[in-house]
Write a protein that binds this ligand. Structure first.
Ligand SMILES: [Zn+2]
Length: 274
């Protein structure tokens, strides 16, 4: 599932291809993508719009148009984009939408599991929509130890589960939450509210470090994730704990264990994560 680093990589590749271009035609092939709104209505609203910017908030791609309209895309489990600069998209049974730009390039959206969403809204409604769903941007200046302490304080849920809650901090999923807690040296099963200030500070640093490594590596390539330009991320080569159960901890040599937290498989070192 794409998390912040994967979505940031998608954004970074879409931005130069889309910014300043007009959506000449929009074809939405799957009504699940826009439901409950009729896909023809969404396509009609987007046609003719010129892109002002391509941004990201949490795991959302935010396409802003000059008119004040916004297309908010969530890739969920398996959504991805592919840019075909001179048209000529390869056949794909999992294609759910195609945007043809005013320079003739095609931007295709693919989604095997079909959980991804495209939502069109007005800029003035975007803030309240996102604020209701998302906590701070973890790489932003407002993601402070004090702020994270407030979000974790009093919670009995495991800290891993609290980090997966997008209202705690935006953009983390299973991979980067496990990596962050390993960097922090904090046991993922600890009730979130029991962390002291030094531990919260370590979690904050761990979150930022894990995400920065992920962005530098253009995300992780698990199963068939591809970037819009057809590239693949290499974060999987940097994993410290995720998917490494049964292998030695890179810090202390103890075998990495796997448990469940917040309903998700969770890898951790039983010795150096306390
Ligand atoms: Zn260890």
């Amino acid at each position: 599932m794409p998390e912040l680093p994967e979505v940031e990589t998608v954004r970074a590749e879409l931005a130069p291809a889309l910014t300043g271009r007009r959506f000449r035609t929009v074809e939405i092939l799957d009504e699940r993508l826009t439901r409950p709104v009729d896909p023809r209505e969404v396509a009609a609203r987007l046609e003719g719009e010129r892109v002002a910017s391509v941004d990201r908030r949490g795991k959302y791609v935010v396409v802003r148009f000059e008119s004040g309209l916004v297309l908010l895309v969530h890739l969920r489990m398996t959504g991805s984009f592919l840019i075909a600069p001179r048209g000529g998209l390869p056949a794909d049974p999992h294609r759910r939408a195609v945007v043809t730009l005013d320079n003739g390039a095609d931007v295709a959206y693919r989604d095997v599991r079909r959980f991804g969403t495209w939502l069109v809204l007005e800029e003035e409604d975007l803030g309240s929509y996102l604020e209701a769903r998302l906590g701070e941007e973890p790489l932003g200046a407002r993601f402070t130890t004090r702020q994270l302490e407030r979000r974790l304080g009093g919670r009995r849920a495991p800290v891993k589960a609290a980090l997966l809650d997008q209202r705690t901090v935006a953009g983390l999923g299973n991979i980067y939450a496990d990596e962050a807690l390993w960097y922090a040296g904090v046991d993922p099963l600890r009730p979130a509210g029991t962390l002291d200030q030094a531990e919260v500070a370590a979690v904050r640093r761990g979150v930022r470090r894990a995400l920065r490594v992920g962005i530098r590596r253009q995300g992780a390539t698990l199963s068939d994730y591809m970037t819009p330009n057809g590239g693949r991320g290499s974060m999987q080569e940097e994993f410290k704990v995720y998917g490494r159960d049964g292998e030695p901890c890179l810090r202390c040599g103890t075998l990495i264990e796997k448990t469940r937290a917040g309903g998700r498989g969770t890898c951790y070192c039983p010795v150096c994560q306390r």
